[in-house]
Design a protein around this ligand. Structure first.
Ligand code: XMP
Length: 515
């Protein structure tokens, strides 16, 4: 693991907010990474961080399977901040008491700051903070002092200023704690003495140099899907190695309206990338004939993609590397507490599986970045806003938005309906505010009347959701006028559709895509 100077390392105890902590620190222009809670003191020391944060987590320190740390970490003389479970763990290990109460404290609380400390410097006496815990600290370890309280929590913040070990019961990383960024700022700069040395412009500079020295005069191949991650990867690599980058765009026939032409225009004509467009529509549709089961569809599309990509790559000599748009959330090892491994709900097929089959070395220049950082890199490299801020689109494309068998006719209908949704969402300025907005073609037919004629046609479901990471989602409460406009336009303009429904299921229990 390569960690730049003056970074913060976060030990993850399974909190849903761990990634948010890392993003907050990076927003302060300080690099931060997430490692598992059981990372040894020796490894941590070798990373040479300027500070360590213990995240929150769902466990109780008294639980049988409670995650804990290598106690030596507390003797490394590196400043530490424990958040929620992190605080309780510090207290528990160093000889204080934690009450395993069953009363949850959840939501806003007013924090009263009692003692001055570098952590709470300049925060003002009263602060609104966000709590989410059931256990709480009853007594603090020797050599610590209590520096803030709330009505329910006597030790809402504790400090050992000499050893630079701090703990807070509330969550500074969530937006509901308005002073949270100031507190993290204090920890990172006043306590840990970090400097602002993490920015996307310096990331671009160093990454370009690194790619150049690694690749030299070899060729790199990249599956360009037109999503944000592969697009930014393409521009970054082009900046580094120019035409030694070969971008392969596979048209699987399952793309949105006008997509292949748009990709050709942006990357081929405007950015002058070395772009290979492979139209494999017939090959994909042939394989999908008669297939209705969602997982089978996904598998067929995934395998076909690898086959086509492999063939195209074989047409180029001296290709030594395969580039991928892997980002940081893809590589953070998720911590499952209480034996709760998250089940595979759907198989996601992108370029996964390619490296093993192709025997190419991997290049993943975005591996350390969060999505908002990837977008900032894209912005700085001149990626058009429509591409840089575009909504996610699944690898298997429209095939998972046509329920049942995928055929050309259905795809044409869905494309038209989907374009109406897209255009109206843009026009109403909602496209960039929601996580995803798209149409799904349902294989049910219902009776309608158009003019004086009876119709018997298919239905479209609108799936428009809000989400922050795609893991959970809720349907967007859009203005009725907008929904009405979308519905009217689809029914009037898309031949074969006489009914539009709005999907008002959240995730969970629904998923965002229908298949
Ligand atoms: P679900 O349907 O599982 O989707 O709630 C969560 C998010 O993932 C996207 N998605 C995919 N993305 N390859 C992808 O790159 C896939 O196979 C895939 N399947 C779903 C989906 O659009 C949503 O944003």
């Amino acid at each position: 693991m390569d960690v730049p100077e003056k970074s913060i390392v976060i030990l993850d105890f399974g909190s849903q907010y761990t990634q948010l902590i890392a993003r907050c620190i990076r927003e302060l222009n300080v690099y931060s990474i997430i490692v598992r809670f059981n990372t040894s003191a020796e490894i941590l020391k070798s990373l040479n961080p300027s500070g360590i944060i213990f995240s929150g987590g769902p466990a109780s320190v008294y639980g049988e399977t409670a995650p804990t740390i290598d106690h030596e970490i507390l003797n490394l003389n590196i400043p530490i901040l424990g958040i929620c479970y992190g605080l309780q763990l510090i207290v528990h290990i160093l000889g204080g008491n934690v009450d395993s109460s069953s009363n949850r404290e959840f939501g806003h609380a007013e924090l009263s700051i009692n003692e001055t400390s570098p952590l709470l410097h300049k925060l003002g006496e009263k602060q609104n903070v966000w709590m989410s815990h059931s256990d709480k600290v009853l007594s603090i370890p020797p050599e610590f002092e209590s520096i803030a309280e709330t009505e329910n929590t006597k030790h809402a913040a504790i400090a050992n200023n000499d050893k630079k070990i701090y703990g807070i019961q509330f969550h500074p990383e969530v937006a509901h704690t308005p002073c949270g960024m100031d507190l993290l700022h204090n920890f990172v700069f006043s306590v840990c003495k970090c400097i602002e040395n993490w920015s996307m412009s310096s990331f671009i500079e160093t990454t370009v140099v690194n790619i150049q020295s690694k690749v030299k005069n070899d060729k790199v191949i990249l599956g360009l899907s037109g999503g944000v991650d592969s697009s930014v990867t393409a521009l970054l690599l082009q900046k580094a190695i120019g035409e030694n980058l070969i971008c392969v765009f596979v048209n699987n026939g399952l793309l949105r309206s006008g997509e292949p032409e748009y990709i050709k225009d942006v990357f081929g004509n405007r950015f002058l990338l070395n772009l290979h467009i492979e139209d494999a529509t017939d090959r994909f549709l042939e394989k999908l004939k008669g297939v209705t089961e969602p997982e089978s569809k996904r598998k067929i599309i995934g395998h076909k993609f690898i086959e086509v990509f492999d063939e195209v790559a074989g047409q180029y000599n001296n290709v030594r590397y395969l580039a991928q748009g892997t980002t940081y959330p893809d590589v953070i090892e998720s911590v499952s507490i209480n034996d709760n491994p998250s089940a595979v709900i759907k198989s996601h097929h992108n370029v996964g599986g390619l490296p093993e089959e192709m025997e190419l070395d991997l290049i993943e220049p975005l591996r350390t970045l969060f999505k908002d950082e990837v977008r900032e890199v894209g912005r700085q490299l001149g990626l058009p806003k429509e591409l840089n801020l575009r909504q996610p689109f699944p690898g298997p494309g429209l095939a998972v938005r046509i329920i049942g068998e995928v055929e050309k006719e259905g795809l044409d209908v869905l494309r038209k309906a989907d374009k109406v949704v897209h255009d109206e969402m843009i026009k109403a300025e909602f496209y960039y505010k929601v996580w995803q907005s798209f149409a799904v073609l349902l294989p049910v037919r219902s009776v309608g009347v158009m003019g004086d004629e009876r119709t018997y046609e298919n239905a479209i479901a609108l799936r428009i959701v809000e989400s922050s990471d795609g893991m959970t989602a809720d349907w967007a409460r859009l203005p009725y006028e907008l929904l009405s406009k979308i519905s009217n336009r689809i029914i009037n303009e898309v031949h074969g559709i006489n009914r539009v429904c709005y999907d008002i299921s959240s995730k969970p229990p629904g998923t965002i895509e229908w298949e």
